[in-house]
Design a protein around this ligand. Structure first.
Ligand SMILES: [Zn+2]
Length: 276
């Protein structure tokens, strides 16, 4: 399987080293939206969609003024998933399937650019979207789903994978693509594991935010740590995910490359040694 690592949206929040640990406090940090384009035997599969074309046209309407103020996403039509897929020489119509970690606006915003695709997601995440609890109300951007995505949803049951309790093979997709339950950031949050033929990739989405959180001696810049706590849905589960992902990296790091959706360091590391 051929794998392309795409950054489908750069965010430049204030906070400097409080966010990304690099020197300087009074500068903007960089966060990416790390998506995968998979060339499989059954067509193109997109894992995560970034923020979508409308975010490059009218950020406030598509993403909400509050998010734009805090995260400062760069409006760049060339960075959208659909534009990068075209630039690679593919026809976006060949993206038949999209797998999402969750439905937050910086992960699902690009669905609109592929309205024909089947969208694979955990049933619990769809429930949070269609029947939100009070603390979930306002979290998802209804405007991003008004075109009516073609959902294919799953219960979080299945067989073991590297110590994670449940996994499910996805309908109509090759068995090399798996959903891994990582509830916490949202209640139906998933990881997406891909067997590339040259080792596993695990897109851990927003189950952690900073590469240091899965290091042997875990660390995270305080601003990012605060933000992550503010966005969590299930605190205990989120912290437990950190522990389990750290264990996965420490014990099986030679077999599984784990990355968080917004960590630029991990994106640069993986995209420069793109697996073929
Ligand atoms: Zn996110």
């Amino acid at each position: 399987m051929r794998v392309h690592h795409l950054n489908c949206g750069t965010m430049r929040p204030l906070g400097g080293k409080l966010i990304d640990r690099r020197p300087g406090l009074f500068r903007r940090a960089t966060m990416v939206c790390h998506c995968l384009l998979l060339e499989t035997g059954t067509g193109l599969v997109l894992v995560e969609t970034g923020m979508g074309t409308p975010a490059a046209v009218d950020r406030n309407a598509w993403l909400g003024a509050g998010f734009v103020r805090r995260s400062n996403p760069i409006a760049d039509p060339a960075r959208t998933a659909v534009a990068q897929i075209r630039a690679l020489g593919f026809d976006p119509a060949d993206v038949r399937d999209i797998v999402l970690t969750h439905l937050d606006l910086d992960h699902a915003g690009g669905l609109i650019d592929f309205p024909w695709a089947r969208v694979h997601v955990y049933a619990e995440e769809l429930r949070a979207f269609t029947d939100p609890r009070d603390d979930e109300r306002g979290r998802y951007r209804r405007i991003q789903f008004a075109h009516g995505p073609q959902w294919t949803s799953y219960a979080d049951t299945g067989e073991p994978w590297f110590g994670f309790g449940a996994v499910r093979q996805l309908d109509g997709l090759p068995p090399e693509i798996l959903l891994i339950p990582l509830s916490g950031h949202t209640r139906g949050h998933a990881g997406v594991a891909v067997d590339t033929g040259h080792g596993w990739l695990l897109n851990a989405g927003d189950s952690y935010f900073f590469h240091g959180q899965v290091a042997a001696a875990p660390h995270c810049p305080p601003g990012l740590n605060w933000f992550e706590g503010r966005m969590e849905t299930v605190k205990g589960a989120r912290l437990d995910n950190h522990r389990r992902l750290r264990q996965l990296v420490q014990e099986h790091g030679d077999e599984v490359s784990v990355f968080a959706a917004h960590d630029e360091t991990e994106f640069l590391r993986l995209s420069t040694r793109s697996s073929v």
